[in-house]
Write a protein that binds this ligand. Structure first.
Ligand code: ATP
Ligand code: MG
Length: 426
């Protein structure tokens, strides 16, 4: 009797093989770019108290109202798998009193969970890379985080990127705008799509985000958020734009851009690409000067972004990015008497810092050499009974087919010799 085989849950996927190398490459790239700007990595727990997200993200948002993975643990606590990274980072900085220690720059990377309808570029477990700067309302910190995001993407070789920019104002500005928007939309209420009708009372700004054509048409004549900005937000917005221009970064103003989370103030932005089809947003972020206070900390301005890593990996795959070969040597063996010698050669080469796989398949020599080729090894070390007897080991260079005899152990002990013979590691 065979038992039924198990599959990964809907909206999740396994990452391995050539794909994992793209992930590792992305992670290294992030470490380098963000390290240069002195951002510190932070790793917060995957689950948090549900209340953190209810308060932090906002009850009226899509995430909190229908996308969270919430469960009760055995101690009757309501916990939620994090749907985004910022709330947890803020909770941590408040808890460890780090916000009293001047400006804090940090970044995170990891799995996020949202109950969404899975499709290309949209999963239930996905990964985000994010940055946050706490403790500064200087428009230059907005510019710095935006520039870092663009730098990160451009250094990956991604093009066709568009930076969309808006200001959602201070809470008072938004209050005035909200009232004007509701005044304008109410007479059309019955023509709005059902989601937008609900939002009209719950969260009217989110209607701006609707993709429904009828709603879009009504919105065309609606009052626009930037016209409602107070003097301070207006000035902040101008200085952000001026900073971006000074760095030669192009942007498109999008007065309808509001972000999915409730906590944004002033700057809001999104980075999109034409290369991704329907799920065109690579990432987005903005300023969130209210969130720290909302979560029980002292008033602390902040700005940040998050990017979807699946979408970046997808872009790299589409471009046919081929990760570099993984291995320098393959140790092929033939005959029982070669066991210890193959172990010793493997250890010696690894201690030189070389990348070595030892065959343990016990298959025919020809098959072992084929595997070495397939793995992208530069050379195959062949250890047979005659090699054990003479101490002269055959090394076959796979690109040329040239073979040489190397004495064991003397010929293997000098790492400089091997480094010279090998193509440089990528
Ligand atoms: P969208 O409008 O595409 O749902 P969002 O506004 O919900 O995006 P954010 O919360 O701003 O997204 O997350 C930042 C980035 O994370 C997005 O731009 C996207 O690249 C990625 N992302 C968001 N949700 C998912 C998901 N379910 N699967 C894969 N990537 C995602
Ligand atoms: Mg979403």
């Amino acid at each position: 009797m065979t038992s039924e085989s198990l599959q990964a849950s809907r909206g999740t996927h396994d990452i391995w093989g050539t794909e994992i190398r793209l992930w590792q490459f992305l992670e290294q790239h992030a470490r380098r770019i963000l390290g240069q700007a002195n951002y510190q990595e932070i790793r917060t727990p995957i689950f948090e108290a549900t209340e953190l997200f209810n308060r932090g993200i906002g009850e009226g948002t899509d995430i909190v109202s229908k996308e969270m993975y919430t469960f009760t643990d055995r101690g009757e606590r309501s916990l939620t798998l994090r749907p985004e990274g910022t709330a947890g980072v803020v909770r941590s900085l408040i808890e460890h009193k780090r916000l009293q220690q001047g400006v804090q720059r940090c970044w995170y990377q990891g799995a996020m969970f949202r109950y969404e309808r899975p499709q290309a570029g949209r999963q239930r477990q996905f990964h985000q890379l994010g940055v946050e700067v706490f403790g500064s309302d200087d428009p230059r910190s907005d510019v710095e985080v935006i520039a870092l995001g663009l730098e990160f993407l451009e250094a990956l070789g991604l093009s066709h990127l568009t930076l969309e920019l808006n200001s959602v104002g201070d809470p008072e500005d938004r209050q005035r705008y909200k009232a004007a928007l509701v005044d304008y939309l109410t007479p059309y209420a019955s023509d709005l799509d059902p989601d937008s009708q609900v939002r009209l009372t719950k969260n009217p700004l989110r209607i701006l985000d609707s993709k429904n054509p009828a709603t879009q048409k009504i919105l065309a004549e609606a009052p626009q958020l930037p016209e409602y900005l107070g003097q301070d937000s207006q000035r902040h917005f101008e200085r952000v734009q001026s900073g971006l221009t000074a760095l030669g970064l192009a942007y498109e103003l999008n007065p309808r851009l509001v972000r999915g989370l409730d906590y944004y103030t002033r700057t809001a932005f999104e980075i999109t690409t034409r290369e991704l089809g329907a799920q065109s947003a690579v990432g987005g972020g903005g300023r969130y000067d209210q969130l720290v206070q909302e979560l029980g900390g002292s008033a602390t301005p902040a700005v940040g972004w998050a990017m979807g890593l699946e979408r970046l990996v997808g872009l790299l795959q589409k471009r046919g990015e081929t990760p570099a070969p993984d291995l320098d040597f393959y140790i092929a063996t033939q005959g029982e008497g070669t066991a210890n010698l193959s172990l010793q050669i493997t250890q010696m080469l690894r201690r030189h810092g070389l990348r070595v796989e030892m065959d343990v398949s016990q298959s025919a020599l020809g098959k072992q050499i084929k595997r070495a080729d397939k793995l992208g090894c530069q050379a195959c070390v062949i250890v047979g009974e005659s090699e054990v007897a003479t101490g002269d080991i055959t090394v076959k260079w796979l690109a040329t087919g040239v073979q040489e005899l190397v004495a064991f152990p003397s010929g293997f002990s000098d790492s400089a010799v091997w480094r010279q013979k090998l193509r440089p590691n990528p």
